[in-house]
Design a protein around this ligand. Structure first.
Ligand SMILES: Cc1cc2nc3c(=O)[nH]c(=O)nc-3n(C[C@H](O)[C@H](O)[C@H](O)COP(=O)(O)OP(=O)(O)OC[C@H]3O[C@@H](n4cnc5c(N)ncnc54)[C@H](O)[C@@H]3O)c2cc1C
Length: 368
């Protein structure tokens, strides 16, 4: 089920089957001057069905939003075999519950998506990249808050801490990256003049806090940095081949204002449990990918890892955030749903029971 069923430029949308890979959809839209904006690091391999199920996002959701902002209508097969449509080609509707939004992000627990109508967006004329380094991640976090509070909204805002930069240098020594500090990447897009103006504003706002700040010099430099950024999570073994990155506590998020505090606490947790960590991610959305890595043959390191991950999850909830900003809950984070949602979790359980009374759809997921 990987076909594009319709490219409807007049209605600025497409209809696809759920198995289509995100990059393949964007390759097909490019000649029309449009794109499907949510762009996870896995865009070369992830499916639209998986993106809808997880409400996936990625680097450009600061400006463009997450998958749920683009879903107009879904064809869904329910647990009893009924086939429903949850929306239409309309931009808006005030008639009834919004089942499209209910299914999006439900991790396959309420039904199987078999078709999706998605809003698309015009490709921007140009993109520019500001690269700034800071004495520490907390100050980088303050620069993010300052930029947003001045009303400048980049298309992407990513953090790569000094450990991530070490990993990337080993992965590709030719990469042009700042030689010191923790780094923010701000991408802006639009027309040549609007993008240049936004980039200059960001440089002006961040300069007083930054160790260094510059505009990427060429399209190639930008492309190399984004390609490396996409791989950073998987490239950890370049730093220490005896260690493996374990995906726990890796996707927390907090409101923007709390970003500096989250970055500080993440550093403290890594030090407290004596676990090396890489801090990177979509910091413009308040989303931190804390990559903790261990020797998987060492039981003591596993114990410390699970304690550190538990603390990072609970810290995010205390700061008014979420245990998962985009990777989903699945089974791994199910135990935190109660702490994050309180009695709202009972409402989710009631919905699950109504739509899937026998519990046959992704049982055990989402803590339901
Ligand atoms: C290197 C890497 C980088 C990543 N970067 C990001 C990122 O930047 N942002 C982000 O959001 N995520 C990221 N992810 C996580 C993941 O790739 C995305 O969330 C992606 O959307 C999942 O799609 P998939 O096709 O791999 O889904 P799968 O893993 O195959 O499925 C995910 C879930 O969706 C359910 N599902 C799949 N299809 C359907 C359907 N048709 N109907 C109902 N349920 C369905 C499955 O049952 C499963 O529970 C990354 C992953 C990797 C490996």
């Amino acid at each position: 089920m990987n076909r594009i069923l319709e490219i409807d430029i007049d209605n600025i949308q497409v209809m696809v089957e759920p198995g289509i890979i995100q990059d393949a959809l964007n390759d097909a839209l490019k000649p029309y001057g449009f794109f499907f904006p949510p762009n996870p690091g896995s865009s070369a391999m992830c499916t639209i069905g998986g993106m809808i199920a997880y409400n996936a996002s990625g680097m450009r959701c600061v400006k463009y939003g997450t998958t749920r902002n683009y879903v107009r209508d879904l064809e869904v097969v329910l647990a009893d075999g009924t086939i429903i449509h949850t929306g239409s080609k309309m931009l808006k509707s005030a008639a009834g519950y919004d089942l499209t939004q209910l299914i999006t992000g439900s991790e396959g627990t309420l039904g199987i998506v078999t078709k999706a109508s998605l809003k698309i967006a015009p490709l921007p004329q140009t993109r520019k990249l500001v690269i700034a380094s800071f004495e520490n991640a907390e100050i980088a976090g303050q620069a993010v808050v300052k930029t947003f509070s001045k009303g400048v909204i980049p298309s992407a805002c990513e953090i790569l801490d000094r450990v991530s930069l070490q990993v990337l240098r080993r992965y590709d020594p030719k990469l042009v990256l700042p030689s010191e500090g923790d780094v923010l990447l701000f991408e802006v897009d639009g027309t040549e003049s609007s993008a240049r103006e936004a980039a200059e504003q960001i440089m002006k706002i961040c300069s007083p806090l930054a160790l260094s700040i510059k505009l990427a010099e060429s399209e190639n430099e930008m492309a190399d940095i984004w390609a490396a950024r996409k791989l950073v999570g998987a490239a950890v073994s370049r730093l220490d081949p005896t260690k493996t990155r374990i995906y726990v506590g890796e996707d927390v998020g907090v409101p923007i204002k709390k970003v500096p505090e989250l970055l500080k606490k993440a550093q403290e947790i890594s030090e407290k449990f004596n676990l090396p960590a890489m801090k990177y991610g979509h910091i413009g959305d308040g989303n931190l990918h804390l990559a903790l890595f261990i020797d998987v043959l060492n039981k003591d390191e596993w114990d410390r890892l699970s304690k550190a991950a538990d603390l990072i999850h609970r810290t995010a909830i205390e700061l008014g955030g979420t245990v998962s900003s985009e990777h989903g809950v699945g089974a791994a984070r199910a135990e935190y749903m109660e702490a994050q949602w309180g009695s709202a979790l009972e409402v989710m359980r009631a919905i699950k029971k109504a739509l899937d009374p026998k519990g046959i759809l992704n049982p055990g997921k989402l803590g339901l």
